[in-house]
Design a protein around this ligand. Structure first.
Ligand code: LCS
Length: 394
């Protein structure tokens, strides 16, 4: 894996071991410290903890040992300094907007990000004076053209949800450095097994752990990883004052899920490669977007910055929306549901589901056509998945 990897251990090992070692009890898995508050030894001890003179646990909204195990695990996987667990992926992005942007600040965001990431900036953060430019960040000239004197953040998603357009992380990092802005990369689609944005100059990495990291479609959660400790310190207080923290039981489940991240991500990717090839040669299919196909216009760029194409595929049928709807209603094994990165294969329609909040014009400009269908390929036996796609297409 990753030649440029600066981590001491490889992803498969870190996913299983980082963040927790058996404590005095010998428990192989992290205990669930399901406690909102922690007892002080005496009044002086409590005062020292509050002053930051001594490390220790105070109150779960501002830190908890089970949550810390998960934060350390994902930080190690990404090769960052510190992790910060949030109640959802949206809580993670909003924590960053809350902590790092203010009145009169400008943020550049990938136009085809997960719909609500863009919408919350457009419909809510703008009420507090935050300016937004949603641009096709796969074109660095467009990113440069969008820069303003007040640009404080570049927020990119690569590959983007659901177009699978790829953005040059190192190129964006160079632009961000020049203007003193922070580069945030939403790495949800790849997971640290396949892409580690810090190796390409990102400052902050964000995950909806709801997806690949947890991997079992049973938890909603988010995680922010900071490349450097000062970045963490800057966001720490706003994060716990916003109250966007994770719950210990939630953290335990995600920690349990992340242990098999590499196994799942690689198997799902192998399945996706075969399904993408099958779709591309099928007579009913008009186009397939998948970074592993030769036809993907940014295949080389993706190969430079990631270790594999992942397991998300977007495609369009020759019959357009009508045929897409028929296909989604005809699959038997695949589940018609939003979300992605779970162990099971999911199929959904971005224009009427995940990206329904955007206007038709915004969707068209971002390349999210009405006929586009998104597939999150899971870990089932690939022959069964291929049979299901084939029968649904026919
Ligand atoms: N970032 C990406 C790339 C996402 O795909 C999502 C959710 C989020 C952030 C937000 O995370 P959450 O708060 O849901 O944990 N994406 C979804 C999707 O494609 N279908 O349903 C949710």
């Amino acid at each position: 894996m990753g030649k440029k990897n600066k981590r001491k251990l490889e992803a498969g090992t870190l996913a299983i071991h980082a963040g927790y070692h058996p404590d005095a009890s010998g428990a192989v898995n992290p205990p669930i410290y399901q406690s909102s508050t922690f007892a002080f030894r005496d009044a002086e001890h409590g005062a020292r903890l509050f002053k930051g003179e001594e490390a220790g646990w105070i109150y779960t909204r501002i830190g908890n040992p089970t949550i810390r195990a998960l934060e350390d695990n994902i930080a190690a996987l990404e090769g960052g300094a510190r992790g910060m667990a949030c109640s959802s992926g949206m809580a993670a992005s909003n924590t960053l907007f809350f902590a790092l942007l203010g009145k009169g600040d400008h943020v550049i965001v990938t136009d085809a990000v997960y719909g609500p990431t863009r919408l919350v900036l457009e419909s809510h953060w703008n009420r507090f004076g935050v300016e937004l430019s949603a641009v096709d960040t796969s074109d660095l000239d467009k990113v440069r053209a969008a820069v303003k004197s007040n640009t404080r953040m570049l927020f990119i998603e690569t590959p983007a949800n659901p177009t699978l357009k790829v953005t040059d992380i190192a190129g964006c990092s160079e632009i961000a450095r020049k203007i003193g802005a922070v580069l945030v990369v939403d790495n949800t689609f790849m997971s640290p097994v396949l892409q580690r944005p810090f190796e390409h100059g990102a400052d902050i990495v964000l995950h909806s752990v709801t997806k690949f990291i947890n991997g079992h479609s049973d938890v909603v959660g988010g995680l922010i990883v900071f490349r450097e400790e000062p970045g963490y310190e800057l966001v720490y207080k706003p994060w716990y004052m916003l109250g966007a923290t994770m719950d210990p039981h939630q953290a335990y489940l995600v920690y349990r899920g992340v242990k098999s991240l590499q196994l799942r991500a690689l198997l799902a990717q192998e399945n996706a490669r075969m399904i993408a090839k099958f779709l591309e040669q099928h007579s009913a299919v008009a186009s397939v977007a998948y970074p592993g196909l030769k036809s993907h216009p940014q295949r080389k760029l993706h190969k430079r910055q990631a270790d594999g194409p992942g397991s998300l595929i977007s495609f369009e049928l020759k019959g357009g929306l009508k045929a897409g709807v028929k296909l989604m209603n005809s699959v038997k094994l695949m589940t018609l549901a939003v979300s992605l990165g779970g162990i099971e294969t999911l199929i959904q329609h971005p224009a009427s589901m995940t990206h329904a909040g955007m206007t038709p014009e915004q969707r068209q400009a971002a390349g999210i056509t009405d006929g586009l269908v998104r597939l999150s390929v899971g870990c089932e036996d690939v022959d069964d998945l291929l049979d299901d796609v084939e029968q649904a297409l026919s």
